[in-house]
Design a protein around this ligand. Sequence first.
Ligand code: HEC
Ligand code: HEC
Ligand code: HEC
Ligand code: HEC
Ligand code: HEC
Length: 162
Amino acid sequence: MVHTVSVLALMAAAQLPELKTPRPAPEQPLPFSHKIHAALLKCNGCHTMADPGDFAGLPATAKCMECHSAIRKESPHIQKLAQAHGAGEKLKWAPVYRIPEWVSFNHRQHVAVEGVTCESCHGAVAQREVLRRERDISMQACMECHRQKKASNDCLLCHDRR
Ligand code: HEC
Ligand code: HEC
Ligand code: HEC
Ligand code: HEC
Ligand code: HEC
């Protein structure tokens, strides 16, 4: 029994820990709901992890218009979306999760690790109406998972590009 519990504890730790106090949700240009949209499309339908896979990436307005040229056209939010799309303007989504650019991090390599999914580091996104930072992305939190998964914690692993 004790053994089972400790194995489960180890498995549960192979993710970023929850923040005790989540960051407040930043103001976004549109009230975009992951709860609605993740029921319609897989994460990688919008977050395509373009080569080399460092960034998950955000969808262009053309992706949104695949549906919204027809769906909810009468909504003022969708009119704002269509207007930006027509003018060739990007939507200025406010960042939720960011680490300094001098820290190496690659999305594709992390989701390739067995047992690691988007939810391991971002929480139950598909249940969220609004995203806010709810997981800890500090150096300590990165290193804790590396320890659990027996990945290197050499300083140069994450700090080699300066
Ligand atoms: C229909 C397109 C779409 C789908 C499907 C989608 N997303 Fe998103 N995602 C967005 C948009 C647009 C934003 C920016 C607005 C926001 O933060 O809510 C975003 C933001 C995010 C962010 C925060 C980005 C940042 O700046 O830190 C995370 C994390 C995320 N999505 C994860 C996911 C995960 C995990 C899934 C699957 C469960 C998913 N998304 C499915 C469009 C999508
Ligand atoms: C091992 C932890 C981890 C996993 C797994 C992970 N992310 Fe992230 N995510 C991060 C970190 C750390 C950042 C901040 C990265 C930065 O600032 O360069 C981030 C940033 C983002 C962003 C905003 C910046 C960008 O890269 O475009 C989006 C969108 C996002 N993640 C979506 C996803 C989706 C979708 C998945 C699953 C396919 C996923 N993440 C899996 C840790 C993770
Ligand atoms: C696969 C189809 C699909 C895609 C792609 C899609 N949406 Fe949606 N979206 C929907 C559906 C369905 C609803 C819910 C409509 C309803 O409530 O009747 C919705 C609702 C919305 C709403 C709420 C509209 C309102 O005022 O009621 C916003 C805002 C929105 N989407 C923005 C976006 C953005 C921004 C993108 C691109 C990042 C996007 N959507 C991509 C299908 C889609
Ligand atoms: C869920 C567990 C987990 C979390 C959280 C995590 N990592 Fe990792 N990371 C791994 C594993 C496992 C590997 C080894 C992957 C391999 O060898 O294919 C790895 C590899 C890496 C690599 C080396 C990739 C390469 O080039 O071989 C870097 C850099 C890295 N992680 C940075 C980070 C940073 C920065 C964070 C925090 C923002 C972080 N990781 C959070 C599990 C994690
Ligand atoms: C697994 C990835 C990873 C490893 C390994 C790692 N770091 Fe970091 N480090 C980070 C991340 C992520 C940040 C940025 C944290 C943040 O934004 O709060 C960071 C930030 C820092 C900072 C800036 C701190 C600050 O307050 O701004 C220093 C200095 C640093 N690391 C030194 C080291 C040293 C020395 C080692 C080796 C003992 C090391 N790091 C190993 C991921 C890592």
